[in-house]
Ligand binder design. Structure first.
Ligand SMILES: [Zn+2]
Length: 159
């Protein structure tokens, strides 16, 4: 079978494909060391999220628009939030004449750990939305414009 024939006959393609959504942005604050001192500060984060799998007979791995909807829904939970480590979740006190949206992160709230959380949550949300057939989710998360972390996690579906 050639690479072309599968697409023409409706057979699944043997290629592994990545379907991605880019330029998903959120603003958040976190507490990480700066010059060795734990410091509360904020960033503009931007991410690309890809799902990989075999091409379906429909011609896609996941519908772009459905993928974007799920990613935006998950990422909206992080927008304008204070991301803190579970370790500090009981002891942190922030008060004033304003609201604080706390997001608990497993481990220090670094770009790496935030990317892991988003990767896992999007994988679960896709399955919950009935979107399956992908093997991995990948996240490239930029913290500002100079640094990014990348993570790949399984679909969680056991496929
Ligand atoms: Zn930072």
């Amino acid at each position: 079978m050639s690479l072309e024939s599968g697409r023409e006959t409706g057979e699944a393609s043997p290629c592994i494909i990545k379907t991605c959504v880019d330029n998903v942005e959120f603003q958040a604050a976190h507490v990480t060391p700066i010059n060795g001192v734990l410091t509360l500060h904020g960033h503009s984060f931007k991410l690309t999220l890809c799902v990989s799998g075999k091409l379906r007979r429909s011609g896609w791995v996941v519908d772009f628009l459905k993928l974007r909807d799920v990613v935006r829904s998950v990422v909206s939970q992080y927008d304008n939030a204070l991301l803190i480590s579970r370790r500090f979740s009981e002891s942190i006190r922030v008060s004033g004449n304003f609201t604080v949206k706390l997001m608990i992160i497993d481990g220090p709230p670094t770009a790496e750990n935030i990317a892991i959380e988003i990767c896992r949550e999007v994988g679960k949300a896709l399955l919950k939305a009935g979107i399956n057939g992908f093997s991995h989710v990948e996240v490239r998360l930029w913290e500002g414009s100079d640094f990014h972390a990348e993570v790949m996690c399984g679909s969680g579906s056991g496929t």
